[in-house]
Design a protein around this ligand. Sequence first.
Ligand code: NAP
Ligand code: ZN
Length: 352
Amino acid sequence: MKTIGYAALSPSTPLAPFTFERRALRANDVAMEILYCGVCHSDLHTARNDWGWTQYPAVPGHEIVGRVTHVGPDVTRFRVGDAVAVGCLVDSCQECDHCHQGEEQFCTNGRTDTYNAPDRITGENTYGGYAKHLVVREEFVLRVPDTLTLAHVAPLLCAGITTYSPLRTWNVGPGSRVGVIGLGGLGHMAVKLAAGLGADVTVMSRTNSKEADALSLGADRLLVSSDSAAMAAAQSHFDLIIDTVPVKHDVNPYMSLLKVDGTLVLVGQVGPLAEPTTVPLILGRRRIAGSLIGGIRETQEMLDFCAKKQILPDCEMIRMDQINEAFERMEHADVRYRFVIDMASLPAPSAQ
Ligand code: NAP
Ligand code: ZN
């Protein structure tokens, strides 16, 4: 199937229109027209080759909402016309212990990311959701609950699950105290989801410019991370801190804010950290951990939880041709709080 998207052709050039083929439907595949795609900071890291493993052309996008247009003969759970979603994963072995436990992101034989990864069967580079159409095997397609507004669902597929998963792993609930470092796409979902789970939530931001937003998103307070007196007053306060900062930074000022046995969980994919010291770790049996998106079962659980609680991201809708400006704004933390591309703005290949 011929389709059109936007691709990065090199680390230093703007994304540009790119026509390509989606694979012919395999027996267990679902084909969809993409309606909306969220813009994650990982898309920007990939387009710019920040992690050193980008294959060009690169079509980013892993917060995808669409409508089913075709299904393969073995597909049982979806029909033409269904509202569906796809996140960061499109395949895994389905046979290892992690896949059996519903944690395909840790597949022993290698998960397949929605973009910039080799297809398990053909080895071709996967292309993501900055496009008009997508073909994905049934097991990696999520059902969008009817009560969620479709145009706002997309960011749940990465920002939502990436913050929901650590909240569930560390058993956050009423009485938990959660801190969120960085109020961007992931950060604002962490606030909404932690508040939805009943936790007391503190945003830690570099300035107080997002204070009113933090409170209206459901946080109980905003702590300015550069205010050393306020940071000192928050010592030994948190059970869990989710760190969403997308660049190399110093985690030491946050460690002593954790209670005994508290955990700082990093989700920002930043490579080396500035030197962490052992002192607060040892004195409070504190931990630094990481977390990677979430499995398909947990992603569906998160979508159903959001439907039940009516939790939706705050989205700024853009046209596909505004993506380069959106990247630039995201780089300067100027997004409130997730860009979502309306794919109706991208003409189908036949109309060109
Ligand atoms: P984002 O929307 O750009 O938000 C990042 C926030 O971090 C900003 O709003 C800002 O908050 C803060 N920040 C930005 N630059 C900073 C700097 N130089 N120093 C300190 N704080 C800074 O990004 P995102 O989409 O939420 O993604 C965040 C990170 O998570 C990225 O690295 C992304 O690749 C990664 N990620 C990981 C996973 C996973 O599975 N682990 C999944 C998705 C994304 P304030 O203005 O409030 O300070
Ligand atoms: Zn993402």
